[in-house]
Write a protein that binds this ligand. Structure first.
Ligand SMILES: C[S@@+](CC[C@H](N)C(=O)[O-])C[C@H]1O[C@@H](n2cnc3c(N)ncnc32)[C@H](O)[C@@H]1O
Ligand code: SF4
Ligand code: SF4
Length: 386
């Protein structure tokens, strides 16, 4: 079946079953891991927000540790690694899982702050969270991954993404300030083997990602890193621009070359390996525009962050800004913090202050663009006429 006026083949699997068709379109439209339109899969939560003025998060980012064993150039959180070295205790990690599951949180992303696996309690927590029915993903520098982690990722995680940012040992040392490139690439290969060997129900399988943060120093390795990622056996490479916030800016002119390298790297795609470049971020930063077509952070009721120091925040970018915190899980339960007065006051403050403290191309940027249209539709907007 070919759609009228189009020479495009019909999306794979497009038949009469609407579920099959929508899955196929989803796939064909490349609405993958980083697509902001994903929020529209959660219409129940959006409706709850519209009806009651609040809802519970779909995703929570948890930072098990602010400490990191790497020293990356321009790491957003480099100050934390020495000035705010905190870890979430096992008790708090487990209590969070109980609250998340009770409230209806769907997914947890382990990230930082620092390197999540610096916190030795993580492995036990991963198993506990899985037992609670919470979907899990992790961003890691990959240096502390053991065979035991690999087994847990392969059997129980939705994704594991390795921030490698280089195609060579020398460049990895330049960017990460560490000497463990070979160990990391071996860990990635082992995980890909474990992923392939894992027996999960319904054809479900771990997605392994290779992340490349493009700096002026490393962008010429984009093509080689893409080939390395493919050869290691990962499912995709994510290529994204370095963003400087509340710090000295960098000259963005090299982004044009990045886009060129990205287009060339797409030739390396196969049926089982994708190049997922966040091109809109490069373009927005190149234009010097924040491209903020929204007046408020609409995404915050749907996603939140728990920092290693226990604070619950709007998002990863407002970590450390005490005036925008909702409470602290070292003192109170997450459930109470979410329903609490401190959160309401922080939201009011954000509404009053506007987005002055928010970085360009922030985490929920595209989701905010989408939600602005959905949540601010007025009665007079003839919404039934599509
Ligand atoms: C802060 S790290 C924490 C988790 C883990 N240590 C890692 O490196 O994956 C999470 C992600 O933030 C990204 N990141 C760090 N500094 C950044 C910056 N200045 N601009 C954009 N992304 C940045 C890293 O590339 C990494 O993929
Ligand atoms: S490994 Fe992650 S947290 Fe550590 S310095 Fe690099 S980007 Fe920052
Ligand atoms: S940085 Fe972005 S996600 Fe965070 S509070 Fe501001 S608008 Fe929301």
């Amino acid at each position: 079946m070919t759609s009228v006026g189009s020479s495009q083949p019909a999306p794979k699997g497009a038949g009469n079953d609407p579920r099959e068709t929508s899955n196929a379109i989803w796939e064909t439209a490349h609405l993958q891991q980083f697509a902001p339109q994903k929020i529209l899969q959660h219409l129940d939560r959006i409706k709850e927000y519209l009806d009651t003025g609040d809802t519970v998060p779909i995703t929570v980012e948890v930072d098990p540790s602010n400490a990191c064993n790497h020293h990356c150039l321009r790491c957003t959180f480099e100050d934390y690694h020495e000035l705010n070295v905190k870890r979430l205790s096992k008790e708090v990690l487990f209590a969070l899982a109980d609250d998340f599951a009770d409230m209806g949180v769907k997914a947890v992303v382990w990230t930082g702050g620092g390197e999540p696996l610096v916190n030795r309690g993580c492995l036990e927590a991963f198993i506990y969270y899985h037992g609670k029915g919470l979907a899990q993903g992790i961003a890691t520098n990959g240096s502390l991954v053991t065979p035991a982690h690999n087994e847990v990722f392969a059997d129980r995680f939705v994704y594991a993404r390795f921030s490698v940012d280089a195609a060579s040992k020398a460049m990895h040392r330049t960017i990460h300030g560490s000497n463990d490139f070979e160990r990391i690439t071996k860990n990635i290969e082992s995980l890909c083997r474990a992923r392939d060997a894992a027996k999960r129900p319904n054809g479900d399988r771990l997605t392994v990602g290779f992340s490349f943060l493009a700096h002026p120093e490393n962008y010429k390795e984009i093509y080689d890193a893409t080939r390395l990622a493919r050869d290691l056996g990962v499912d995709y490479i994510q290529i994204k621009p370095v963003v400087m916030h509340r710090k000295d800016q960098i000259d963005h002119s090299y982004f044009t070359s990045c886009l060129h390298y990205i287009h060339t790297a797409r030739d390396l795609e196969t049926d089982s390996f994708r190049v997922l470049a966040l091109e809109y971020k490069f373009n927005d930063l190149l234009m010097g525009s924040y491209n903020r077509t929204y007046s408020f952070c609409w995404g915050h009721p749907f996603m939140t962050t728990v920092s290693a120091d226990g604070y619950v925040n709007f998002c990863c970018h407002t970590r450390g800004l005490k005036e925008y915190t909702f409470g602290n899980v070292n003192k109170d339960r997450f459930t109470d913090i979410w329903a609490g007065e401190e959160r309401r006051e922080a939201i009011d403050r954000m509404r009053r202050d506007g987005l002055t403290n928010c970085p360009p191309n922030c985490k929920y940027h595209m989701i905010n663009q989408t939600l602005e249209q959905v949540l601010t539709s007025q009665v007079g907007a003839h919404t039934d006429f599509l």
